[in-house]
Design a binder for this molecule. Structure first.
Ligand code: SAM
Length: 159
């Protein structure tokens, strides 16, 4: 499979999961956390899917389209590994992390802290969506929507 095909399948999986979790998040109170604002595409999609919810986005710095940039009070800059700590126990209904790089050695370092952070920010029953696999005793893997191959994107519920 070409890198283009692989990229398209990954984004399709990302979008399909973000659509499929609307009902799973349901009435769980709490904000949505977007780890890795990037261009702001998935932030914009979350805004459409979760109108009225507070969505807090994180990145090293703001590099998103102006129309997909959160208000200053909902934008956290700096290294998520550190900036995310202030949000542990916030009781998020949903946390989405799209911070994988495709470079195994960099992603291995991210995986030393990301599962713990994702579990820590979520409410009981909160949903975690991630581009990297999250191994944590409080994150239970959920079945992926039909048509998405295992390992392409990851979905969990906080126990
Ligand atoms: N989902 C986004 C979208 O649809 O536009 C794209 C996210 S992009 C693939 C990943 C982003 O995560 C990059 O903007 C990168 O700067 C950010 N990122 C990765 N690791 C980070 C870290 N440790 N701290 C802060 N930002 C990080």
């Amino acid at each position: 499979m070409s890198r283009l095909d692989s990229f398209i399948r990954r984004l399709t999986a990302q979008r399909d999961i973000l659509n499929a979790i609307i009902d799973l998040v349901g009435e769980t109170p709490g904000p949505v956390l977007e780890f890795g604002l990037g261009n702001g595409r998935t932030y914009d999609h979350l805004r459409e899917n979760f109108p009225g919810r507070r969505i807090v986005a994180f990145d090293w710095e703001v590099r998103s389209y102006s129309a997909s940039t959160p208000a200053a009070e909902d934008m956290v800059t700096g290294d998520i590994r550190e900036s995310g700590q202030a949000f542990v126990s916030i009781g998020a209904a949903l946390a989405h992390a799209d911070i994988g790089t495709g470079h195994d050695e960099i992603d291995a370092v991210t995986l030393t802290w990301l599962p713990q952070l994702m579990a820590g920010v979520l409410a009981h029953d909160g949903i975690a969506v991630s581009g990297l696999p999250l191994e944590h005793p409080e994150l239970m893997a959920l079945p992926l929507p039909e048509g998405i191959k295992e390992g392409r994107y990851f979905l969990y519920r906080r126990t």
